[in-house]
Design a protein around this ligand. Sequence first.
Ligand code: FMN
Length: 368
Amino acid sequence: MNTDSLFRPFSLKSLNIKNRIVMAPMTRSFSPNGIPTADVATYYQKRAEGEVGLILSEGTVIDRIASSNDANIPHFHGTAALDGWQNVIKGVHAAGGEMGPQIWHMGIMDNHHSGWVPSAPFEGPSGLNRPGFNNGNTMTEKDITEAILAYGRAAADAKRLGFDTVEIHGAHGYLIDQFFWEGTNLRTDGYGGKTLPERSRFAIEVVKEVRRQVGEDFAVILRLSQWKPADYTNQMAKTPEELEAWLNPLADAGVDIFHASQRRFWEPEFQGSDLNFAGWAKKVTGKATITVGSVGLNGEFLGAFAGESSEPSSLEELMRRMDRGDFDLVAVGRPLLADPNWVKKIREDRTSELKGFTKAALSQLVLD
Ligand SMILES: Cc1cc2nc3c(=O)[nH]c(=O)nc-3n(C[C@H](O)[C@H](O)[C@H](O)COP(=O)(O)O)c2cc1C
């Protein structure tokens, strides 16, 4: 199969990527007390050596006491953690890759099975992480202002450490998405409201602060999803017009690239067109977009957490959409988690050597 269009370079502001393949952000929980280890650096360097164009780090949390529910998720604040990240970006650059951290605040969470909890209650727009499930505090306006500043500091640190971009995690039911979703944002002040554009105020202010901190020339990515862990079929924007009303203010606030998260990239976003989420995001904003979701595998990722295995699958449908210009970049998760050389094997058409994905790959940092 002809995959040439995956191997064209891509440049946008601070990004100069050798191909269109992005490593999707994947939480690994291998950073004791929030500090990325030498193994974490090796894990990312191996993916850069394997020719991934742009690596997005696992979600790495901003400087709020309750931004994480797991002691082994990395921090993107504090000298020791940032030194660890400095080591990561050095290794990735030495191997010819580019990278951005995914900066994250988890918002209201379920308690972690380890029993570890942060030293302050979880915080979110209305204390809810899904309708009817309260597990933390409703943020005051002061909390909101401080969280926005913490996102900005993390972005400034990413640039200072030499990363090539930064991704703001606005998807999958975490803090920013808890503001977007009417099921978790019941606020009656200026951060709530009946419409999605009204509930986007927090995200817009985060993007503006990040942009203010990194300047105009640094590429800023925002990851979004319509689906939530509590509702895979959820659609916050039900029509292209609603999508436009959601995304354009975010673009105006400073987003350069929308990372449109789906579980299966081939699923159409709206009836009457086969365009997916990334396709529509590009069409309504004119911005660059990243697609993602079961590229090269026959099963989706949440099934993988439940123990389902996936086999390699054809890239034909992906290439059809890519060649049509639906999106600019393609993020790949589990295949790169299981095999650092996935990109090289695709480029060299070594399809018989591609690996499937089993839950076993989740329990270790696969270094070779
Ligand atoms: C182990 C694992 C951890 C993940 N952690 C994150 C994360 O930290 N941030 C995020 O935005 N998505 C996360 N995801 C979702 C992936 O970025 C990606 O969207 C998903 O795996 C679909 O891509 P795939 O089908 O190629 O695996 C995670 C997925 C996996 C498998």
